[in-house]
Design a protein around this ligand. Structure first.
Ligand code: ARG
Length: 588
């Protein structure tokens, strides 16, 4: 229950008593706070369907609800808007209920689902770049949000470890490392030692060169395809090499994720489902769902109503290799049958929407998705100030590890110029700079509508004022310090009183919208609603703090009430920052 839903219930009853449909009673926060705290626009739509004057209907509804003890005033404005203001006691009561609730008044969902969030998606032998950054940051928040809402969530990294790239790396190794020839010798029966001197740096260097050759030279492409097929059918020397590629890649990626404060429940890869691929394709063929086309096996996914053609998904190439999409379909099967998935969320670059649409349709046609729904949560790109995709100064793809270092340095410089944390030890300053840098990075991303592209601007992201991660961290630290000082003076939070000051009313009204903010973010899978709301909470708090001098307030009842406001604001911010994956420094 929330204040808004209570008010909606009151107004809905008014509409029903007036013989009108319940759906007209929706109450929202007012666009015109000067006229009332809340408004209902239902009389306008009701008038259209009933062929009556909206003001007439509004008057009828107002007569019904006027006497409610929770309402301080009800009025009609303009053509028939109903404006509502609630009593101070109602606000105080709602605040007390929020303060006393572990979940701050946010109810868990009624029907929890088994949700798999597929996010980050790094690949073997490729350093993660900024493209994976958004998937990681947004995916982490989506997973946290669904978990908080009460769903049973598993976050899966869906490691790219089974496609043609693996064959390319095997071919590159054969060319570059004659000393490893026994991995390629079919008559050699093992054992295979760890090719220790083959590092991630080697793989990263070889890969782009190989990719270029494959694109230009059909013979090299054929070789890479053959190596992929051989690996996929279990050739021991190739499997041993591949296991090594996977190990070194994963170790480096886990370091990046840990710097970002992101952890996965599952480190499954595309290869996790490798034993499901052959039977999947064979069954689809046997059932007439998949067909042979030019030697390949494909599954038709186009529908007559499609505006643009959607081509068939290739499950197996004419060379006998399984593709990215094949593992995606088999992964759906595994998630549904083994993990019990009911909802699968793919937090993946918007440029893959066509691919994912093919995959979802193929999975449904092949009957492997059961009753689960699959959803693509796409996002735009992070651009440089000139509007082109973000690159290093040298024009290369920026590695995630370097980016993290860059934001940490920028945060350290910002703290220094603002004379923050200056008295702390160098060690503590470094921890704070990292926390502030990551917050700047994450918030700078999450505050955007996820489908838009945005410009990466370190100066703006690390600002201590305005809509930034560091601003929210400062606000939280300030609240902590007020509470700690009060505690030292023997002062404790107490019952919330009706608001005394306009800034206080505003803060209360804001905090009480937490359930709606969470709902909206959840419904739309849109972290920016959480980021915006967190910012509004911090900004309203800062107005309240300027106007109401908490620690010097002589009235003990009022002071205790204000301290409870601080505590509940802090808890609200803590929840929101936690959902956004942002840590708050112990001090700044
Ligand atoms: N590894 C892929 C890439 O780097 C992303 C994986 C997305 N998830 C999926 N199930 N296809 O592009």
């Amino acid at each position: 229950m929330s204040l808004l839903s209570d008010l909606t219930a009151i107004v809905t009853a008014g509409f029903v008593a007036a013989g009108l449909d319940a759906s007209f009673g929706a109450v929202q926060v007012s666009d015109r706070p000067d006229l009332g705290q809340f408004q209902c626009n239902g009389a306008l739509s009701a008038a259209r369907s009933a062929g009556r004057s909206p003001r007439d209907i509004a008057r009828q509804v107002v007569t019904q609800i006027e006497g409610d003890h929770r309402l301080a005033s009800v009025s009609i404005a303009g053509p028939g808007f109903i404006n509502l203001t609630v009593t101070g006691r109602t606000l105080a009561g709602c605040m007390d209920a929020m303060a006393g609730d572990e979940r701050l008044g946010v109810s868990p969902v009624e029907h929890p689902l088994k949700v798999i969030v597929d996010y980050a998606g790094p690949n073997v032998a490729k350093a993660m770049h900024v493209g994976h950054l958004r998937a990681t940051i947004i995916g982490d928040t989506v997973a946290r949000l669904f978990r908080f809402a009460g769903h049973d969530v598993l976050g899966d990294v869906h490691f790219g470890d089974w496609g043609l790239q693996m064959g390319m790396l095997i071919v590159a190794t054969r060319r570059r490392r004659p000393d490893l020839a026994h991995f390629f010798d079919r008559s050699y029966e093992g054992p295979y030692e760890e090719p220790g001197a083959l590092t991630l740096a080697d793989l990263q260097e070889w890969y782009p060169e190989m990719a270029r050759q494959v694109a230009e030279d059909e013979a090299v492409a054929a070789e890479a395809r053959q190596a992929t097929t051989d690996l996929q059918s279990g050739r021991p020397g190739y499997v041993a090499l591949w296991e090594h590629f996977v190990r070194v890649s994963r170790a480096s990626q886990e370091r990046d994720f840990s710097d970002l404060g992101v952890e996965f429940d599952l480190w499954y890869g595309e290869s996790t489902v490798r034993d499901l691929l052959r039977p999947l394709v064979d069954e689809a063929l046997a059932g007439g769902i998949a067909v042979r086309s030019d030697g390949a096996v494909v599954i038709e996914v186009g529908r007559p109503e499609d505006k643009a053609e959607i081509t068939p998904l290739v499950l197996e190439t004419s060379h006998g290799a399984f593709l990215y999409g094949t593992t995606d379909v088999a992964t759906i099967q595994m998630r549904v049958t083994e993990l019990g998935a009911e909802l699968i969320l793919y937090v993946v670059d918007a440029r893959q929407s066509y691919h994912l649409e093919q995959v979802f349709r193929a999975a449904r046609r092949a009957g492997v998705s059961g009753r689960a729904s699959m959803e693509h949560i796409g996002f735009g790109t992070m651009n440089a100030p000139d509007g082109t995709p973000f690159k290093t100064r040298e024009g290369g793809v920026l590695r995630l590890g370097d980016l993290i270092e860059m934001v940490t340095d920028a945060a350290a410089a910002r703290l220094k110029e603002s004379d923050l944390a200056a008295r702390y030890s160098g060690e503590e300053r470094a921890v704070i700079a990292r926390q502030v840098g990551i917050a700047a990075l994450k918030f700078g991303d999450l505050v955007n509508n996820r489908t838009s592209n945005y410009v990466f601007d370190l100066r703006r992201f690390t600002a201590l004022e305005g809509k930034t991660g560091p601003y929210l961290q400062m606000a939280a630290v300030r609240m902590d310090s007020i509470l700690a000082r009060a505690d030292r003076q023997g002062l404790a939070p107490g019952a919330v009183l009706p608001p005394h000051h306009e800034t206080e009313t505003r803060l209360v009204l804001r905090l009480l919208q937490l359930p709606e903010a969470i709902d909206r973010a959840l419904e739309l899978r849109a972290p920016n609603h959480l980021a915006e709301f967190a910012y509004e909470v911090a900004a309203d708090f800062s107005r309240f703090y300027e106007a109401c001098h908490i620690l010097t307030e002589p009235d003990p009842g009022l002071q205790a009430s204000w301290l409870e406001m601080v505590r509940t604001t802090r808890r609200t911010l803590e929840l929101l920052l936690d959902l956004l994956g942002i840590e708050v420094p112990a001090r700044m």
